[in-house]
Design a protein. Structure first.
Length: 265
């Protein structure tokens, strides 16, 4: 297996599509302020996350662009799916046969090569969709085996993701990075325990922020759509215009501010 060649043109086009998807379907993509000190400059870096939604790969594409734009990003994908959507090869995705020894061998060969070349590897080690409240996390063993196999060691960074509805019509995509696991010399079993514990701690911390429902605890990585939309919002806009007030599309927004007649939109 060879490391897939990433097409700059295809990647640019796909990233544009992803940005548009999040703009239309989410209120915002937010990162916990507790993650602002997270660094992404480790030479051999693996980012691993819980896997709760179809949107997860889209989040990874968006974060690669927003947080590590100068690096190349790769992720494993089911070989059958890659055969069906061959364009993914040009985005840094490589096929592995799921639930087979051959697939595990493919992953263990490709991963270290990517890391040795300075690429960032994104992995969802649960290997299936799982609710963010499900416990235990029950990782597949591939990630820990890969981390211990990497020459010179590597850094494995946990990321928790949740998709929740707060005050707006559309959901929020919320994420938080946790304490990295530095792998060098541990056994596979030790690394497996460390990885699960670190992501679990990160998911619990994000859960507390989700329950608190305070946008101030997050920074916006990508803005989406706010407001009710449709005829209801059109009526609200007209009412604000008649009252000489600025229209605030956010549901539950602060009281509107008076505006001059020449500022009517």
């Amino acid at each position: 297996m060879e490391v897939p060649a990433i097409s700059k043109l295809v990647l640019w086009f796909f990233r544009r599509i992803v940005r548009g998807y999040f703009r239309r379907h989410f209120t915002a993509v937010r990162m916990s302020r507790a993650s602002l000190q997270t660094t992404f400059d480790d030479e051999r870096l693996i980012v691993y996350a819980n896997h709760g939604s179809w949107w997860d790969p889209m989040v990874l594409v968006l974060l690669g662009e927003k947080l590590m734009p100068a690096r190349r990003h790769y992720a494993p994908i089911d070989a059958a799916m890659l055969k069906r959507y061959a364009i993914f090869r040009h985005l840094g995705m490589f096929g592995v046969e799921m639930e087979t020894a051959r697939g595990a061998a493919q992953f263990l060969r490709m991963g270290p090569t990517i890391l040795d070349r300075g690429g960032v590897l994104w992995v969802t080690p649960q290997g299936r969709f799982a609710d963010a409240r499900e416990r235990p996390l029950a990782f597949k063993p591939g990630l820990a085996a890969l981390a211990t196999k990497t020459r010179g060691g590597c850094t494995v960074l946990p990321m928790a993701i949740e998709y929740v509805f707060w005050n707006q019509r559309l959901p929020e995509a919320l994420l938080r990075f946790g304490a990295p696991v530095h792998v060098k010399g541990q056994t596979v079993q030790e690394v497996q325990q460390q990885l699960e514990a670190s992501l679990l701690d990160t998911m619990e911390a994000l859960k507390a922020e989700v329950i608190a429902r305070d946008p101030a605890s997050f920074v916006v990585l990508h803005s989406g759509t706010v407001g009710t939309g449709g005829f209801y919002e059109l009526g609200q806009r007209a009412l604000a215009w008649l009252r000489l007030r600025r229209f605030e599309p956010e549901h539950g927004a602060a009281a509107p501010h008076p505006v001059r007649p020449d500022e009517r939109g």
